[in-house]
Design a protein around this ligand. Sequence first.
Ligand code: URA
Length: 209
Amino acid sequence: MSNLHLIDHPLVQHKLTLMRRKDASTSTFRTLLNELSSLMAYEVTRDMPLQDVQIETPLEPMTGRMIDGKKLVLVSILRAGNGILEGMLSVVPGARVGHIGLYRDPATLQAVEYYFKMPGDMAERDIIVVDPMLATGNSAIAAIDRLKRLKPKTIKFVCLLTCPEGIAALQLAHPDVPIYTAAIDRQLNDHGYILPGLGDAGDRIFGTR
Ligand code: URA
């Protein structure tokens, strides 16, 4: 489980609990998701490489350290992954954004790809794949299978919530991909939903229910 990072900062836990409540409105849910995503961005970018840069303060020249944000690609698994983008981009505004569209076949729960658009030069880039829920793991696995064909430098996976089944599936398929999550819930139900969870993340972000 060394590749599993549980982000247990009190602010993250507090906001997640508010989001889970069934009476949280769409706008409250979205606001909290933005805030939570920027807090998670701090953790997931913690080991990003820094470059020395020469600058001048009002008093004298110095060597500062900066990240090269343009090398970073946030890949959203549509559609719920889009809910994480704004908060993360507020912390790393230079990051590029890719989208991958996968739908869950309701009968098999397997992921089927319908959209794939990435920036160029993916072999130069570090990828952070975002999806609020790591449930069966099928979408995450299919997305990472596809992204690995582009031979990026690194891939990380970020979600808000997961469960033992999702972690096991993703770690079995992609043991090299670190998982960052704010909570590990009890279990999946028969429909592939996380319990206790927060319901359908896409519906809650976009108000489609
Ligand atoms: N996707 C969701 O939106 N919610 C879950 O609980 C599982 C998958």
